[in-house]
Design a protein around this ligand. Structure first.
Ligand code: PRP
Ligand code: URA
Length: 209
């Protein structure tokens, strides 16, 4: 899986361990999710294109690198992906934000779309798609399908925890995107939850059940 990068920085691993703890409350869970997204984003965005621009320092004029091209697009998969957006925006405050609404059917575990709104023109932007959990991979594959169908080309998918089967499925379905993962867990259980995982990410971020 050449398009997969595991971001095994000690700070990311430490924070994921706190997320896993069922005693970690909503407030802390939300803050950690943002922090992890920022740390992951720092690595995932290291190939953003630069161009030299003229800047006047207090001493002289110089050519100095700045981000090039159209503004980045951050397109979280609702709901849980919302929890990662502010961490990425802390790095790139001028990014545009789109949304893709998908929920997993509790019985079939198949994703269903209920919303999609992307920044325009999407085809000229680097698109970061955050979702804390990559379980069967169904939601991620469908979200990337939607983005590509609407013209998206340069796509970086970012997930805090992945199951091996979901990661393989996404990588094979979309070999042209870059995938960034904080930790690959052991397996899925019979309800398609990641084990050991952290439970339902959306419920833990928003305090629902
Ligand atoms: C969770 C998670 C992913 C999806 C992963 O969302 O945030 O989007 O499940 O599962 P998959 O890889 O098997 O598709 P969920 O459908 O629970 O919706 P929510 O974010 O609104 O809680
Ligand atoms: N979605 C979650 O939020 N957690 C899982 O373990 C699997 C899917």
């Amino acid at each position: 899986m050449t398009n997969v990068t595991i971001l095994d920085h000690p700070l990311i691993q430490h924070k994921i361990s706190i997320l896993r703890n069922k005693a970690t409350g909503t407030n802390e869970f939300r803050a950690l999710t943002e922090e992890i997204a920022m740390l992951m984003g720092y690595e995932a965005l290291r190939d953003l294109p630069l161009e030299d621009r003229e800047v006047e320092t207090p001493l002289e004029t110089c050519m100095t690198p700045m981000l090039a091209g159209k503004k980045l697009a951050v397109v979280p998969i609702l709901r849980a992906g919302l929890g990662m957006v502010n961490g990425i925006l802390a790095l790139v405050p001028s990014a545009k934000v789109g949304h893709i609404g998908l929920y997993r059917d509790e019985t079939t575990h198949e994703p269903h779309e209920y919303y999609c709104k992307l920044p325009h023109p999407i085809e000229q932007r680097t698109i970061v798609v955050p979702d804390p959990m990559l379980a069967t991979g169904g939601s991620a594959v469908q979200a990337i399908d939607f983005i590509k169908a609407r013209g998206g080309k340069t796509i970086k998918f970012m997930s805090i925890i992945a199951a091996p089967e979901g990661l393989r499925r996404l990588s094979e379905a979309h070999p042209d995107i870059q995938i960034y993962i904080g930790h690959v867990d052991r397996c899925l259980n019979e309800n398609a939850y990641i084990c050991p995982g952290l439970g339902d990410a959306g419920d833990r971020i928003f305090g629902t059940r």
